[in-house]
Design a protein. Structure first.
Length: 282
């Protein structure tokens, strides 16, 4: 099967969705991953797709012009002070644009609350034909693979899944073997990037790299191929925020280099999912 790639929002932080769509098409991506849910982070685009019908129509036109498809939207955070129903407008937008998945993460230590609200998210997404894909983040409430598996197993929802970010997987010190026993249907897409192999000792430094200085695939020290070998072949969403490079190269060239490096890495490594062996091509 041919690898498919999505341009994730954080890679081109602040780029308006229509422009992002044209850039993704021009640079060779198969999908886009959009953020119609405001996060209130520096550099975020001022107007959301849920707030501007004009922006939504422009994005639809860009997708029609290019044939670009929407892979997923983000980020449906589970927190004490956010009502899951507030994400419904973003789900409507995702459905209108032909999206498939909604990325979610848990930012509370209250397990009961997390499960209750995750179930609610799944129920809200069901009428739109969307899945809710849970991502564990090393700085979040659910910060490990075991924590994510615990929630998914407990809620047992057909439209719930697991989204592995290779950065988070390595930073949480996970073992690739632990992916083997998980239901294959949980995996629908993966976040692809790289980072220095040394795991930062401070939360502040881990957060800084996570948000603004990830590496091109193959440039860092994460054994990306070993992780991918344990996951069914799914689209790779390149989430690779790097503030300095984005500023120097601009949206289009940085998006291109992110994809070029990912393809180069995958072309020089064999990901054998049948025998789960990795070999470097000399």
């Amino acid at each position: 099967m041919t690898n498919q790639f999505s341009l994730a929002y954080l890679t081109v932080l602040g780029c308006p969705p229509p422009e992002m769509t044209y850039i993704a098409a021009k640079t060779g991506y198969d999908f886009i991953s959009l953020r119609p849910i405001h996060m209130g982070v520096p550099g975020e685009h001022d107007v959301s797709l849920t707030e501007s019908r004009t922006l939504l129509c422009e994005t639809k036109k860009a997708m029609a012009d290019t044939g670009m498809k929407l892979l997923d939207i983000e980020l449906a955070r589970i927190c004490e002070d956010i009502d899951p129903k507030s994400y419904q407008p973003a789900m409507e937008v995702a459905a209108e644009l032909g999206g498939r998945h909604v990325l979610s993460s848990v930012w509370t230590k209250d397990r009961s609350l997390a499960m209750e609200r995750f179930v609610e998210l799944c129920e809200l997404a069901k009428p739109f034909g969307l899945t809710i894909d849970l991502e564990f983040v090393p700085i979040a409430g659910v910060s490990t693979l075991a924590g994510a598996v615990d929630i998914l197993t407990a809620v047992n929802k057909k439209n719930a899944g697991l989204m592995i970010d290779v950065h988070h997987f390595q930073r949480s010190r996970e073992k690739v073997e632990d992916l083997d026993s998980l239901p294959r249907e949980w995996f629908r897409y993966v976040h692809l990037c790289d980072a220095p192999v040394a795991i930062p000792e401070s939360t502040e430094e881990m957060t800084r790299i996570l948000r603004e200085e990830r590496s091109y695939v193959g440039e860092g020290g994460i054994d990306v191929a070993s992780i991918l070998s344990r996951i069914p072949q799914v689209p790779y969403s390149i989430e690779l925020p790097h503030a300095k490079r984005l500023k120097e190269l601009g949206y289009e060239e940085f998006a291109r280099q992110c994809l070029v490096s990912a393809k180069r890495y995958l072309n020089t490594h064999t990901v054998d999912r049948q025998t789960e062996e990795i070999r470097k091509i000399d």
